[in-house]
Design a protein around this ligand. Structure first.
Ligand SMILES: NC(=O)c1ccc[n+]([C@@H]2O[C@H](COP(=O)([O-])OP(=O)(O)OC[C@H]3O[C@@H](n4cnc5c(N)ncnc54)[C@H](OP(=O)(O)O)[C@@H]3O)[C@@H](O)[C@H]2O)c1
Length: 255
C-alpha cells in the first residue's frame, strides 16, 4: 500500500511524522514535489518517504491519496489531475464539500473527508471523519482516535471547534502571565497549567458518558473557589464569546 500526499506543508509533515513513529508497519510514502524544501526534508529523514516528480506521478504510483492543499488552490490543482478507480482519497480541505470533491476526483473508488491536527505526532489526535472506509479508519487509528460522523453538517461543526486552538493556548498564556506576576517561577507556572488542564481533560475523557455539566457541578463546592469563579466568568460573558466566535466560524462552511 503506497500513501500519496498532494501538498507538503504543516499537516502533511505532522502526518508523516505520526505515521512513521506509530506502531504500524512503515508504508511507502510518496510526496508531491511541492513544497520543495519540505518534501526534500521528509525524503531525507525517512527511507520509506520518496518524492514524486509531479502531482500526477504521485497519483499514478499511490493507492491512498491525502489531499492537503489550501482551499484557494485545491479546485484548480485537483481539476488538472487524473484520478483512478483504485484510488482512496482522503481530503483534509475544510471548505471543499463532498459533492464538489467527488466531481474533482472522479472516478476515484473511495472518498472521505478527515480532520487530523498536528497532534497526530503524539498518536492521540481525535480525527473526525466523513464517509471513511474501514481501511482509512484502521490507517488513521495508528495516529489518533477516528471519530466517524454521519453527515457533513456534523463534520463542519466539529471542524469549527478546531478554530479554538489559538484561543485555548491564548487563555493558558494569559493564566501563565497572571501566575508569574503573582510570584511563581515561569517554568513551574507553565508546567502546572499544562498538567492541570491535561489532567482535567483526561478525567472527562475517562468518564462514560462524558458529562461536562456534571463534572463542573461536582467541582463547585457551595461557597468554594470553583463555584465563585464559575459564576463570575459566566456572568462576564466569557462562554458567550467562545460560542459567538464558533457561530461565526461555522458560517464559513456555508459559503
Ligand atoms: N495545519 C493543520 O493543522 C490542518 C489541519 C486540518 C486540515 N488542514 C487543511 O489542510 C490543508 C493544508 O494545510 P497546511 O496547514 O498543511 O497548509 P500549508 O502548510 O500551507 O501547506 C500547503 C502545501 O500545499 C502546497 N501547494 C501549493 N500549491 C500546490 C500545487 N499546485 N501542487 C502541490 N502542492 C501545492 C504548498 O506549497 P508552497 O509552500 O510551495 O506554496 C504547501 O506546501 C488546508 O486545506 C488546511 O485547511 C490543516
Amino acid at each position: 500500500m503506497t500513501l500519496g500526499f498532494i501538498g507538503i506543508g504543516k499537516i502533511t509533515g505532522a502526518l508523516i511524522e505520526g505515521l512513521n513513529t506509530s506502531a504500524m508497519e512503515r508504508a511507502e510514502i510518496l510526496l508531491s514535489p511541492r513544497n520543495e524544501e519540505n518534501s526534500a526534508y521528509w525524503a531525507a529523514k525517512y527511507p520509506n518517504v520518496k518524492r514524486g516528480v509531479s502531482n500526477q506521478d504521485v497519483l499514478d504510483r499511490s493507492d491512498i491519496i491525502f489531499i492537503a492543499l489550501r482551499p484557494a488552490v485545491a479546485e484548480e490543482v485537483l481539476g488538472g489531475l487524473s484520478f483512478d478507480k483504485r484510488h482512496t482519497v482522503i481530503s483534509l480541505i475544510p471548505l471543499l464539500n463532498f459533492a464538489h470533491l467527488a466531481k474533482l476526483t472522479a472516478p476515484a473508488g473511495a472518498l472521505c473527508r478527515a480532520i487530523p491536527l498536528p497532534t497526530v505526532i503524539t498518536h492521540r489526535c481525535p480525527i473526525p471523519l466523513y464517509n471513511a472506509t474501514d481501511t482509512v479508519i484502521r490507517l488513521l487509528g495508528h495516529i489518533g482516535h477516528p471519530l466517524p460522523v454521519a453527515d457533513e453538517r456534523q463534520l463542519h461543526t466539529l471542524w469549527t471547534l478546531t478554530g479554538l486552538i489559538t484561543p485555548f493556548y491564548d487563555l493558558l498564556d494569559a493564566l501563565s502571565g497572571w501566575t508569574t506576576a503573582n510570584g511563581v517561577a515561569q517554568e513551574t507556572a507553565n508546567r502546572y497549567i499544562a498538567d492541570l488542564f491535561e489532567s482535567l481533560s483526561f478525567m472527562a475523557q475517562q468518564s462514560s458518558p462524558i458529562d461536562f455539566k456534571e463534572l463542573a457541578a461536582h467541582a463547585a463546592t457551595p461557597n468554594g473557589m470553583n463555584e465563585q469563579a464559575g459564576r463570575e466568568i459566566r456572568e462576564q460573558g466569557a462562554h458567550a464569546a467562545y460560542l459567538n466566535a464558533s457561530d461565526h466560524l461555522l458560517r464559513r462552511f456555508a459559503q
